[in-house]
Design a binder for this molecule. Structure first.
Ligand SMILES: [Zn+2]
Length: 215
């Protein structure tokens, strides 16, 4: 749930996590909260991983093109260097950062910053997508959003990949993924659902190796 934010002079930080499958409205919810913080005249900074270049280099863009200016960063540590005097920090596509993002968020929250993190909670095989589980554990508030299953219309919590391929990170939108419920989700169309992922799965692809599907 979103905290009921009382505007006081006391600078008190915390962590909010917004998670869910693709097309569940995570970025829209992040943007909504950040817009409200701006209306309250709080200083807002927004960061996203530099590798998420689907739409725009300098904006947090959701699938409905509802955009806010953001700063692309290569590592989570860069957020600490660039955060300045921000009261509220938004971080989009958090699943593309490594584990140090958890420590970065903790340090920001301890220093009095309201940290709002949005990201995929599961990868295309339905596995928890680090560092989201760790962030959810240390957050004060967690919001789990659902998309609509494209097969049966039920609430969807999985991202079904529509193209074969072993890379955990495969950027793209409607042409690569669709939301599915637990019953309709087929983690890997080419393999039985109970099969363990191949050994190459454990290696994170380098950004250069990613197949980027433009907008
Ligand atoms: Zn379904």
């Amino acid at each position: 749930m979103e905290p009921f934010v009382v505007h006081t002079r006391e600078k008190r930080g915390w962590i909010e996590v917004i998670c869910g499958s693709m097309f569940s409205g995570k970025t829209e919810e992040l943007i909504r909260r950040l817009r409200r913080a701006r209306i309250a005249r709080l200083k807002v900074e927004i960061f996203k991983p530099a590798l998420d270049t689907r739409y725009s280099e300098a904006e947090v863009v959701s699938h409905d093109e509802n955009a806010l200016r953001s700063t692309p960063v290569d590592t989570a540590t860069q957020i600490l260097l660039l955060v300045g005097e921000a009261d509220v920090v938004g971080i989009d596509e958090a699943q593309f950062f490594d584990a140090e993002l958890v420590d970065v968020c903790q340090r920001l929250a301890r220093s009095g910053v309201r940290v709002i993190v949005s990201g995929l909670d599961q990868d295309y095989l339905g596995r928890p997508f680090e560092p989201m589980p760790q962030l959810m554990a240390v957050a004060e508030y967690v919001t789990k959003l659902h998309a609509i299953c494209t097969v049966c219309g039920a609430p969807a919590n999985h991202s079904q990949r529509l193209t074969p391929g072993g890379a955990r990170v495969l950027l793209g939108a409607r042409d690569v993924y669709e939301p599915r419920c637990r019953r309709c989700f087929q983690p890997d169309p080419a393999a039985p659902t109970s099969a363990p992922p191949p050994a190459s799965e454990s290696q994170e692809p380098s950004p250069e190796a990613l197949q980027d599907e433009p907008g």
